[in-house]
Structure formats: structure tokens, C-alpha cells
Design a protein around this ligand. Structure first.
Ligand code: SF4
Length: 340
């Protein structure tokens, strides 16, 4: 069993079962999250016998290890983590002047199968545990010797298809005894699991929601994101509007710009109509080509045309700055490259 992934109450119950007072749990979590120590032997304020008992019981702090990493000239660094069963998942560190962001994975592979995504082409293996999720962020902070300010569930997997573990991980990232990240700095990106969007809105957490929109008709969206056949566009947009109304958090509509696919004038007019009049922001994303997929990125002037039109029509919009293209920052590509 691993310590990362247990919340304070669960760890208190565990230490009490091992014959120690409850406060030992908080001491262990301080070592793990505040000091970045994984070895019970170094937790010097714990009795030596207790440290030994933890080890004898087969407990470990962490189970994921860094199997590879590549860093781009702009400081973006992509990590490949190896799990105990030999599977690999990726996470990306994105440094900016005012924030340090980690984009983390929630599943090994992905069941959604988006046609423009490297992970979607690799199939689905399993859900990650809460510990495997939160530890990606912690380990990257330790490697970069910095405080991670923002985290986004936008790596491999559909976070809302692994709801319980993802939510638990977000609570650990946010917890005072955990990584102490503000909830408003945490984002869940979904391809549109409608019932889970409503569930998330009821969690009483100020977490940001991002929707992988990418198309403005059901026909095209179903071709790009097969989940759209289960939860069509109108239902997904209504769920996002309800999320924004309930949480007062602005929803991000992610729109990957695909040349000749979703970047025509009619697409643009529909996109502006769909995003007008509610608390959302359109994020236009230059496409990062994936080996084996036939899509091409829209020319920069088309992205600018979209941006200008949306803003003229009162829609908050921006073009995502390309980061780390030389380290294949789109999800799934490092794992594919290293054949894991
Ligand atoms: S884009 Fe996201 S939801 Fe779609 S296949 Fe890739 S990882 Fe899964």
C-alpha cells in the first residue's frame, strides 16, 4: 500500500491500527508533501520502531518513478512515469512567469478514442489511483525544486471517467496537509461526460472546468470525439452552462484548430453563437500533429481570424501559446516514442 493517495482521515486510521497516536499521520504527511521525503527511515520525528513497522507492513510512500524526461528550450518538460505494473503515463511541466503548471494524466491510455489524439489511438488500459495522479504533480515539483501553482487534468485519459480517483487527487492537491494548491488553480478537462459535469458542480469546490469542444455540429464532433454520440453537443453545452452558473467559475471551451476540418466560416459563426452570453472563454489551440493522424494545423492567419471574430462578437477568447512542440508536448507522444 502507498501513503500518497490516502487522505488525512485514512492515514490516521492506519497509524492508530499500527498502535500509534493519530497525530503521527500529520507528521508523515508533512514529510511527504512539505519536505518531499519518500523514505520512512529519514522521518526523524517518528519513533524508530514505528518506522520499522511501516516498512515491515510493506507500506511505501510512492510507487511511481520517472522513466524518462525531455525538456524544451522554453523550459517545458515532459515526464514519463513508470507504474508498478510496468505501464507508463505522461505529465508535462509548463513554467511561465507567474505560474508553474503541471498537466497530469488520470488514466493509462484513454477509452474516449479521439481521432486527433495520440493517447486515443493507444486504447485504454486502466484507471490511475488517486496516489498515482497526485504523485505526478508532487514528483515534478521535487524535480524542478519549485512550488507547483497550477495543475490541470489534461494529460492522458478522460478525468471524469475516473471520477472518484481524480476528485480525491484534486482534494489532496488542495488540502492544507497536501500540496496546498488553491482550488481555483486546479482544472479538469473533459471531453463531455455530462452526468459527471453535474456531479462536479455539486462538489462545493472552486475547480475550473474545461471542455474539449473542437466542433460545433454533432456530425463533426462525433467524428472527432466518439463520446459525443453518447452525450451530444446540446447536452454538453447545457451542462457546462449549468456548471458556470452554479460555481460562478468561467468554463474554458478548448478548440483545436484543424485545417479544413473545423476552421471554416460557418464553424466560426456557430462557435461564436454557442459561446455568446454565458460565462465561458474560448481557447483556440494550434494543432500539434500526431504521428499516424492525418490532420494538419490551421494556418496562423485562420487562428487570428477566429480570434478577431469571436472578440468582435463579445466572446472572451485567446490563442494558446504553443509550448514545448519540440518535446512532443501533445499527450501520449512520449510514451509512444519510448514504446511503453
Ligand atoms: S483527447 Fe483526451 S479524451 Fe480524447 S482520446 Fe485523447 S486523452 Fe482521451
Amino acid at each position: 500500500m502507498q501513503i500518497i493517495g490516502l487522505n488525512l482521515e485514512e492515514l490516521e486510521d492506519l497509524v492508530v491500527k499500527l498502535g500509534e497516536p493519530r497525530y503521527r499521520a500529520k507528521q508523515i504527511l508533512d514529510w511527504v508533501y512539505k519536505k518531499g521525503i519518500d523514505d520512512f527511515g529519514q522521518m526523524s520525528n517518528l519513533p524508530a520502531l514505528f518506522r520499522q513497522r511501516l516498512q515491515d507492513r510493506g507500506l511505501v510512500v510512492s510507487t511511481i518513478t520517472v522513466a524518462g524526461a525531455v525538456e524544451a528550450g522554453d523550459g517545458t518538460k515532459k515526464y514519463l512515469f513508470r507504474l508498478t505494473d510496468g505501464c507508463g503515463v505522461e505529465a508535462v511541466y509548463i513554467p511561465e512567469e507567474k505560474r508553474k503548471t503541471v498537466c497530469f494524466s488520470t488514466q493509462v491510455g484513454c477509452p474516449v478514442g479521439c481521432t486527433f489524439c495520440a493517447t486515443g489511438q493507444q486504447g485504454f488500459k486502466r484507471n490511475l489511483t488517486a496516489g498515482e495522479i497526485v504523485d505526478q504533480v508532487r514528483k515534478i515539483g521535487l524535480d524542478k525544486k519549485t512550488r507547483i501553482s497550477n495543475a490541470v487534468a489534461m494529460g492522458q485519459g478522460e478525468p471524469l471517467a475516473n471520477y472518484a480517483a481524480t476528485l480525491k487527487a484534486l482534494r489532496l492537491l488542495n488540502a492544507e496537509y497536501g500540496l496546498q494548491m488553491a482550488a481555483r488553480h486546479l482544472t479538469v478537462s473533459t471531453s463531455g461526460v455530462v452526468p459527471a459535469i453535474y456531479r462536479l458542480a455539486d462538489e462545493q469546490l472552486q475547480i475550473n472546468l474545461a471542455l474539449s469542444l473542437h466542433a460545433t455540429t454533432d456530425q463533426l464532433r462525433s467524428a472527432l470525439i466518439p463520446l459525443n454520440r453518447t452525450y451530444p453537443l446540446a447536452q454538453v453545452i447545457q451542462a457546462c452552462r449549468d456548471y458556470a452558473a452554479k460555481t460562478k467559475r468561467r468554463v474554458t471551451l478548448e478548440y483545436i484548430m484543424l485545417d479544413g476540418v473545423n476552421d471554416g466560416e460557418a464553424d466560426l459563426v456557430r462557435l461564436a453563437e454557442l459561446a455568446a452570453g454565458w460565462l465561458c472563454h474560448v481557447n483556440l489551440i494550434p494543432y500539434n500533429p500526431v504521428p499516424g493522424a492525418s490532420y494538419r494545423p490551421s494556418p496562423p492567419w485562420v487562428c487570428q481570424r477566429f480570434l478577431g471574430y469571436l472578440q468582435e462578437h463579445g466572446v472572451a477568447a485567446s490563442i494558446r501559446q504553443e509550448r514545448g512542440a519540440e518535446v512532443n508536448a501533445a499527450c501520449g507522444q512520449l510514451r509512444q516514442h519510448l514504446k511503453m
